[in-house]
Design a protein around this ligand. Structure first.
Ligand SMILES: [Zn+2]
Length: 444
């Protein structure tokens, strides 16, 4: 098969690359030894690992559980404010810098979504205080339905302190930058099930084991170059974070997956990035035990991805090269006459020729991830990771199919049928704007 031969070649190349990296390090060690024997002073900044590190990565975490009694976001049926905390809510940041000094910062949030006011206030302060352009900031929400409704009038005090906390968090992640190695790997987790079931009364919000899903668990691992120990994990999954709807704060399955990974890897920061899970639910639901079970399933899948990363070159990609980022909006049209188009954010972050992350705004259904991965994947090209719920939160983003079929995800906004083509065309346009990886990849 052509595909498997092409994949084998990629693995082989990666194997060669690893050997080259080892040989390169051995050479540096010899050079350093000669310098020491020769009696030349060797300043700390000349240490080979620090000097030659391809990446510098910093991570930081902050608790964002409300201390006051606030209403909870996500389920209209809950009329009362939260009564307590089942699990702390967190915001986490990962600052990644390439050899050319280009920086991106990922911020992941145990919140319902990244509302416009939150995104713009944080981005503005981050740009002002740390000179990080807004285009280089990716904010992703886990879509837990057990976090605060921070847009409400009675939550403005919380929102103000949340903005301050996130700006400080980004600053700390930038200040924490240390030499790092990055790699990408993935595994699979079957917690997500499609939740659109056809019936004679239209599409019902009901588990549909025959519907499309994306069970991929993409994992970006950050390791310390000196001893190869794990420092941070950024992982994704495409499934509503809605196992529970109690009156207690908690991060739902994504919160528990992060907690379990951090418990099992002391000192490691685990960050969750929501994928295109708009029409996916975790089943079974509505019992506390299932939140933990689903969280454990996802954490176990991340462990599987880490294991394949460590023990065989076959499913890992060491990440080399430079960062390239484009971040633009595309106008999405409503059918309602006179309603202003929605400026929908799309961010593309490419790591050399090894990983390309497409971050889409709002509640994107799974069709987008499946389509974009199939259209953008090349046999020797970068791994494709598609995230949803990033940088904006403005209802569901149905595909053309879902919009035509109708049902829950099709009804949240009166989108025109052109929605999917506009988004997908814009993604291809932005990918086309990135510089060729050969010219920005200094390491090969
Ligand atoms: Zn939702």
């Amino acid at each position: 098969m052509v595909t498997s031969r092409a994949s084998s070649r990629k693995w082989l190349e990666e194997g060669i690359l690893q050997h080259q990296t080892l040989a390169h390090r051995a050479l540096l060690a010899v050079v350093l030894a000669v310098m020491l024997i020769g009696g030349r002073p060797c300043a700390a900044e000349e240490l080979p690992i620090a000097e030659k590190a391809e990446w510098h990565v910093g991570v930081a975490s902050a608790k964002i559980t409300p201390e006051q009694r606030l209403h909870m976001a996500g389920y209209a049926a809950r009329k009362e404010p939260a009564e307590g905390t089942q699990q702390e809510l967190f915001a986490k940041a990962m600052a990644i810098e390439d050899q050319a000094g280009t920086r991106v910062v990922f911020v992941t949030l145990d919140l319902i979504g990244v509302r416009e006011e939150l995104q713009s206030r944080v981005a503005e302060q981050v740009e002002k205080q740390f000179k990080l352009p807004a285009s280089m900031l990716l904010m992703n929400a886990s879509h837990t339905h057990s976090g605060p409704a921070y847009e409400r009038e009675d939550a403005q005090g919380y929102l103000n302190s949340l903005v301050d906390t996130l700006v400080d968090l980004v600053g700390r992640s930038l200040a924490e930058r240390q030499p790092a190695e990055l790699s990408y790997s993935f595994a699979s987790c079957s917690v997500a099930m499609n939740r659109r079931t056809p019936s004679q009364h239209g599409f019902l919000n009901h588990p549909n084991p025959n519907g499309p899903t994306d069970h991929t668990v993409p994992v970006l691992s950050v390791r310390n170059p000196d001893d190869d120990s794990l420092r941070a994990i950024l992982f994704g999954y495409a499934c509503h974070n809605t196992t529970l709807g109690l009156l207690r704060w908690q991060g739902d399955y994504a919160g528990y997956a992060q907690e379990f990974l951090e418990r099992d890897h002391p000192g490691v920061t685990a960050m969750f990035m929501m994928g295109c899970g708009g029409d996916q639910n975790p089943y079974p639901r509505r019992e506390l035990k299932y939140v933990e079970l689903h969280g454990q399933s996802l954490a176990t899948a991340v462990e599987a991805a880490l294991e394949s990363d460590q023990k065989t070159p076959r499913h890992q990609r060491p990440i080399h090269g430079n960062l390239s980022v484009v971040n633009e909006t595309v106008d999405l049209e409503y059918t309602t006459a006179g309603r202003e188009d929605f400026a929908y954010p799309i961010q593309v972050i490419r790591f050399g020729d090894d990983l390309m992350l497409i971050a889409l705004g709002s509640e994107v259904v799974v069709d987008y991830a499946l389509r974009l991965k199939s259209e953008l994947a090349k046999p020797d090209g970068p791994a494709i990771w598609v995230a949803g719920y990033s940088n904006a939160y403005n209802g569901y983003i149905p595909s053309k199919r879902v919009l035509k079929e109708g049902g829950y995800e099709a009804l949240s906004r009166p989108w025109k049928l052109t929605l999917e083509e506009r988004i997908v065309d814009k993604v291809h346009e932005l990918v086309g704007q990135l510089p060729p990886p050969e010219t920005n990849d200094a390491s090969r």
